[in-house]
Design a protein. Structure first.
Length: 140
């Protein structure tokens, strides 16, 4: 099976990516990274950053794999979002297409007014996913 993570070049995106890599290592499965620019006019993501990987002890290798003594290499596959304006729906569709066992997303803080006025892609994923979702946030 596969783990799917949504990634944008933000602190929340990097944290989600690190946790997704850790989960893939622990579960001995592949990781598919759905990437989208952090701004509508931004360039597509073509390369993943070095991120700390919880429980695995370090960043991925240049080829995207993560290897430690405890876990075999994790194969990481990049997929650029086709419809970045609807990333939540695209992530859910991708998870269904790949028969994913887990979706990983990063959360950002929103004010109470922001929660009332604005929809949330994370909320949409949490409420509509047919597979478990690991939602990670930045530490306080």
């Amino acid at each position: 099976m596969t783990i799917v993570v949504a990634y944008q070049e933000t602190p929340e995106g990097r944290r989600a990516l690190g946790h997704a890599m850790a989960e893939a290592g622990l579960r001995h499965t592949d990781l598919v990274v759905l990437t989208a620019p952090s701004r509508p006019d931004g360039d597509p993501v073509t390369r993943l950053p070095e991120v700390p990987v919880p429980h695995l002890g370090g960043p991925p290798a240049a080829d995207g794999s993560v290897t430690t003594a405890e876990h075999p290499a994790v194969a990481v596959h990049l997929r650029n979002a086709v419809k970045p304006d609807h990333l939540a729906d695209e992530l859910l569709d991708l998870a269904g297409e790949l028969d994913a066992e887990l979706i990983v997303i990063g959360l950002r803080r929103r004010s109470p007014v922001g929660k009332l006025l604005l929809g949330s892609a994370a909320q949409h994923i949490l409420l509509n996913s047919t597979v478990p979702v690991l939602a990670v946030r930045l530490p306080d």
